[in-house]
Each structure stands twice: as structure tokens, then as C-alpha cells.
Design a binder for this molecule. Structure first.
Ligand code: BGC
Length: 569
């Protein structure tokens, strides 16, 4: 059993002052949330009216979303029928290639119609050398992975004939190297900012999430990939380009019968929503604008407020930014996403180890792991919060995935568990806790010893409590800020009013989400919902149908590839 109350070498008062100061820096008042959301709306409008703003508001040329009426019976108001490729869905097979962050995936997707699809996929690791080397090497690797997938994972023998549009055809069936055969159509999910000019054209604007491959910025990403396929004589044609948020939006719409927003809370963060073309004034007199209707806009909200005038920046955030591969860029993403939360937490923990005149954590000792840049994975924070949740008397029900893996519940969202609203006690008096809470802290202490590679003698229960509190502070702020982004889209699309008091017409407002944080981080969804409720009121929040767009990148790319082939691209 660990020593319970040792305030080794510190004084209660100085420790409390330091912890209180950190806590107040990470607090976000309701007013601050409203201010941030208001700024979001201003930046949305700016990005819709002019090019070259950090919040890029990229027109995707996806001019509608599936509505679930693939038998062609019903088209809900607000969506246009111009891309009714879904009405044409029989059984279509496409390849999808997904380059997003942690992994590269190659998928074969069969769109079966009637909200159904099947998907076979293989993940490939992208090394640091590829992320930061020459772009041609990275794209050659993508082509090699597609080649390996087609060779190693052949389709079932009873697949139909080699016609990309024939019922039951498989991608492999189409891999005939004779020039007369049709090339395998492939949709590319490329989860980085790209200025799209057509469904199958777009220039890389910048890299994010630790990528910095040379000679890609300013180049057409479809061309870079196609050149790599051609260099390897692969009979594959990249016909569509899609961001992962657009994929999430389309695939959630396909399975749920409509969707207004696709958003990612994973290694990075971003959202794509359905906007009226008339509001995308930067399209000027282009044919797309004249055509009117709706278009999916990729907000690239990870770059919100790069100037940090509105975001609640702390010294820990500034340190992270300064030491990052892309200083002064992707400010919002650095407060929110899985790539960075562990690093912010590590920065706080280090400051507590180094606290003067007395250390507050671990006897003033760090480990090689804690000293390492990005040494603390966000998954460890998740594990720590889960250890606390596990022994709770009344587990929170508002964070569960329900309905298989496809919907995230809003149950009891109006009654958050205390740990959602006050995750901020730093437990300076651990010996006053109940035996149950102490045993939960004991579990956290074990995780800390193991994952931080620390000497057990240096880790007290109080240290465990402080590490848990730190994780809660950082994750709670991230979830609240994520709520601002979602609330801004709700207001922009006239589903809500900032400040509340709006009764939506729609019974359900469907949102597709994906990413490790929203899927796995304990209470992230519930905390996000609490923030949305603060911003737009209970009426709207209660109608949010937030569901996992689990295979969004693959299915979304396939849906776009289908649209592209219908357009003869
Ligand atoms: C990228 C977005 C992407 C998001 C989620 C961000 O870093 O800029 O394009 O959608 O990550 O993967």
C-alpha cells in the first residue's frame, strides 16, 4: 500500500496555490464558451467569403448527402437530389485509400444499397521517415500498399464479372492489366487541408498531425497518387478525393438516412457540414454557385483562432506549440485532439515535478519516458479516467455507445454525473476519501507507475489523485471546446440559436462522428454534450443524434468514387 498523505518536501499551502492556479487557467466559464462560439461563427463566415483564411471553409463539390431514400421515395427538405447516385445503388464495389494520421488503410467497400455496406480492410503503418521525407516516397508507399492489398487479400471467388459498375463485382476482379479493361476506381480519403477545385482535384494547403513530407504543398494530391500508381503500372484510377470529415458525414447519412455534420475527434479534429451554396460567396460566379442548392463544406476547424486571441491559452499550450512541428498553426486542434492532449498533460506533470521551492509530484523525480517529447500518450489519460470510472457507484450512462456501434446516446445528458461538471478536485486530502475512492486511486497509482515508468516508492496515492485531476482538466477543456465547434455548426445551419431558446423543427438532428477520443475517452461525449447544452439550450441538445460513423473514411470515399464515376470523372 502506498503512503497516503505524504506531502514530501512540500507544504500544503504552496502546493494548493499552485494547483489552484493551474485549475483556474483550465476553467472555461459559460461566457467564455459563448465568446468562442461567436468567434467560430465569424470565422465561418469569413472563410466562406474569402480564400486564404486559416479556417479554410473548403467547398468540396459534394453537392448533397445520402438521405436513405435510395428507392427514390423521399428527399428531405434541405438536401438536394442532384447527386442521387444513391438511388442508383445496387451493389457497387470500390477501393478506398485512407491516409489520415496514425494509420494508412486500404479498403474494399461494397455499397449494397438500403443503408447496407460491407468492407474489407487492411492497415499499414506509416513510418516517421515517410511522414517527413519526400512526398514521392510517401505516395509510392501508398501505391505499394494498394498493390499489397490487392495481392494479399483477394476477393471471394464468387465475385461477379470485371465491370466496375456490375452488381457484385470486386475490386480485384477489375485488376486486369490489359489496356482495354477498366481501371479499378479508387476514392482517396486524404485527411489534411486540401483546396479542392473538383471532386477529383485539389491542392495540398498544409500538413498537420506530425506530417511534413516535402514537395507536396501546392501540388494536386490526386495527381501525386495517380503518378505513383502509374509508376508502378497499377491499373487503378483515383477518381475522387474526400476529407475524413466528409467521409463521416456521407457514411453516417447513408446509414442513418441524413446527416448535417461529420466530425472527427481523433488524432486531429475537424468538421464538414452541409451549407447553402448561396452562402459560399467566394465561389463567385462559378457554375457551382450558379447551380445553387447545397454543398458540403470542409471547415478545417483545427485551424480556428491560430492567433490565439480567443482560445484560453496557458503556458502549457504555448510550450506545446513552440516545440511542435507546425508552430502557430492548428491552434484549436492543439487544444482538442488526441495527438496533443497527452503532451499538454505531460507538460503540466513536469511543471509539478519541477515545482519550487518544493516538488508536488513523484518526489521531484521524472522518468526517461516523462522527459521525452510526446512521451505520454493520450490513451494513458483515457486509461486513468477509466480506472476512476470503473469503481463508481453510479456509472455515467450518458457516454455509452448504444444501438450497436452506430449511435452515441444522449440519455441522461441533462443530469451529468458530478465528475462531468466538477472533474477539478485535486484531492489534496486523500486520507479523507472513502475506502472505495482510495481503492480506485490505488488502481490509478498502479497505472501511473507502469505507464510513466516510475519507481513505486516515488508515487503516492495523492500523486495518483493529482495525475487523475490533471487528465480531467485537460480532457474536460477539450470536450467543452469541441462543443463550441458543434454548436457553431448548429447555429450556422439554422438548427439552433446561440444562447438557446430555439425549438428545432426536426425531431432529430443527426451528426456523424469518428475518432479515438469520441469513441473511447471516458465521458468525452457527455462533456461535449454538456457544453453544447450550455451554448444552444436543452431543446436542441436533446435532439442531437450523435452517432459513430465507424467506417466513414472507407464508405465515404466509396460513395464519392461512385458519384465521380456517375459524373464520368
Ligand atoms: C486535418 C483535417 C482532418 C482532421 C481529422 C486535421 O489535422 O487538417 O483535414 O479532417 O485532422 O483527421
Amino acid at each position: 500500500m502506498a503512503p497516503i498523505s505524504a506531502l514530501i518536501g512540500s507544504t500544503e499551502d504552496s502546493a494548493r496555490q499552485i494547483l489552484d492556479a493551474i485549475e483556474s487557467q483550465f476553467q472555461l466559464s459559460d461566457d467564455a464558451l459563448v465568446r468562442i462560439t461567436d468567434q467560430f461563427l465569424k470565422d465561418f463566415r469569413l472563410g466562406l467569403s474569402e480564400y486564404n483564411h486559416p479556417m479554410a471553409m473548403i467547398p468540396t463539390f459534394v453537392t448533397g448527402v445520402p438521405n436513405g431514400s435510395e428507392t427514390g421515395i423521399k428527399v428531405p427538405a434541405g438536401y438536394i437530389a442532384s447527386i442521387m447516385f444513391f438511388a442508383l445503388l445496387a451493389l457497387r464495389t470500390f477501393l478506398a485509400l485512407d491516409l489520415g494520421g496514425t494509420n494508412l488503410r486500404v479498403c474494399e467497400v461494397q455499397l449494397k444499397g438500403n443503408h447496407q455496406f460491407t468492407l474489407r480492410q487492411q492497415k499499414y503503418r506509416v513510418s516517421e521517415a515517410l511522414k517527413t521525407g519526400e512526398a514521392t516516397a510517401l505516395f509510392d508507399y501508398l501505391a505499394d500498399s494498394v498493390d499489397a492489398f490487392l495481392t494479399e487479400f483477394p476477393s471471394s471467388p464468387n465475385s461477379a464479372p470485371p465491370d466496375p459498375f456490375a452488381t457484385g463485382s470486386s475490386a480485384l476482379d477489375l485488376l486486369d492489366t490489359s489496356d482495354s479493361s477498366p481501371a479499378v476506381p479508387l476514392g482517396l480519403t486524404f485527411s489534411f487541408p486540401v483546396e479542392q477545385t473538383a471532386l477529383n482535384r485539389g491542392k495540398v494547403l498544409t500538413w498537420t498531425k506530425g506530417f511534413s513530407a516535402k514537395n507536396a504543398i501546392g501540388h494536386d494530391v490526386v495527381q501525386l497518387l495517380q503518378d505513383a500508381f502509374d509508376r508502378k503500372h497499377l491499373h487503378v484510377r483515383c477518381v475522387a478525393l474526400v476529407n475524413d470529415t466528409v467521409g463521416a458525414l456521407l457514411s453516417r447519412a447513408y446509414t442513418a438516412g441524413g446527416c448535417i455534420l461529420g466530425s472527427i475527434f481523433g488524432t486531429g479534429t475537424n468538421g464538414a457540414y452541409v451549407e447553402k451554396v448561396e452562402n459560399i460567396t467566394k465561389l463567385g460566379d462559378s457554375p457551382a454557385r450558379k447551380h445553387g442548392g447545397d454543398m458540403v463544406v470542409n471547415t478545417e476547424w483545427g485551424a480556428f483562432n491560430n492567433t490565439r486571441t480567443t482560445l484560453p491559452t496557458t503556458p502549457y499550450d504555448n510550450k506545446l506549440d513552440r516545440e511542435s512541428i507546425n508552430p502557430r498553426l492548428q491552434a484549436f486542434e492543439k487544444f482538442i485532439s488526441g495527438m496533443y492532449l497527452g503532451e499538454i498533460t505531460r507538460n503540466i506533470i513536469l511543471s509539478l515535478i519541477d515545482a519550487a521551492p518544493y516538488p508536488i509530484l513523484f518526489n521531484g523525480r521524472a522518468s526517461a519516458l516523462l522527459n521525452k517529447h510526446y512521451g505520454l500518450d493520450t490513451a494513458v489519460m483515457s486509461e486513468i479516467e477509466q480506472a476512476w470510472e470503473n469503481g463508481r457507484d453510479q456509472p455515467s450512462s450518458n457516454d455509452k455507445l448504444v444501438n450497436g456501434s452506430h449511435a452515441i446516446s444522449n440519455a441522461s445528458a441533462a443530469h451529468p454525473h458530478p465528475s462531468l461538471s466538477t472533474p477539478t478536485r485535486h484531492f489534496t486530502e486523500v486520507d479523507k476519501l472513502s475506502p472505495e475512492d482510495r481503492s480506485r486511486l490505488e488502481r490509478i497509482r498502479n497505472i501511473v507507475i507502469q505507464r510513466f515508468a516510475l519507481d513505486a516508492a516515488d508515487v503516492t496515492l495523492r500523486d495518483a489523485a493529482i495525475v487523475h485531476w490533471t487528465s480531467c482538466l485537460v480532457a474536460n477543456r477539450a470536450a467543452k471546446l469541441s462543443g463550441c465547434a458543434i454548436a457553431a455548426v448548429l447555429v450556422q445551419t439554422e438548427k439552433a440559436k446561440l444562447g438557446g431558446g430555439f425549438v428545432p423543427k426536426d425531431e432529430k438532428i443527426t451528426i456523424g462522428v469518428d475518432g479515438s477520443l469520441i469513441e473511447h475517452y471516458p465521458n468525452f461525449n457527455a462533456r461535449l454534450r454538456a457544453s453544447v447544452r450550455t451554448l444552444v439550450g436543452e431543446e436542441v441538445e436533446a435532439r442531437l443524434n450523435i452517432g459513430l460513423a465507424k467506417d466513414g473514411s472507407g464508405v465515404g470515399a466509396a460513395l464519392c468514387a461512385l458519384q465521380a464515376t456517375k459524373q464520368g470523372l
